[in-house]
Every structure is written in structure tokens, then in C-alpha cells.
Write a protein that binds this ligand. Structure first.
Ligand code: SF4
Length: 65
């Protein structure tokens, strides 16, 4: 049986990310720009679920799931 997740974990598709930094500015405790100029999702995401959902909705290339 798969244990129930307490919070959803965001994931960034680096192939799609264009490094616009929108998500890292909206939810700095959940996303970080790496040296390669692409965002990565921090684990665990420390911003509110609403914030992470906003980042998902605002990403211009739908790289966050
Ligand atoms: S909002 Fe999307 S494109 Fe912009 S840095 Fe975040 S994941 Fe990358």
C-alpha cells in the first residue's frame, strides 16, 4: 500500500524550464534557481500549498507539476 502524502511535492521539468525565476520569486522556500539557470523544486516544499499551486499556474511554459 502506498502511504498517503501529507503535502504534494512539486517537480520542475528542466527540459521545459526557461529560468524566468517567477516561481523562485513567488515561492522562495519551494523553488531555487540552480547554477544551470533552471529552477529546481526544494524538498520538502516549505511554502503554502496555495503558493506552490500559484507557481504551477503562473509558469509560462508549464514546467512545474
Ligand atoms: S516559473 Fe517555470 S520557467 Fe520560470 S523558473 Fe520557474 S519553472 Fe522555470
Amino acid at each position: 500500500m502506498i502511504p498517503k502524502m501529507m503535502t504534494r511535492q512539486a517537480k520542475v521539468d528542466k527540459e521545459l524550464c526557461i529560468g524566468c525565476s517567477l516561481c523562485t520569486r513567488s515561492c522562495p522556500k519551494s523553488f531555487k534557481l540552480e547554477d544551470d539557470g533552471k529552477s529546481t523544486a526544494l524538498a520538502p516544499a516549505s511554502d503554502s500549498e496555495e503558493c506552490v499551486q500559484k507557481a504551477i499556474d503562473e509558469c509560462p511554459v508549464q514546467a512545474i507539476s
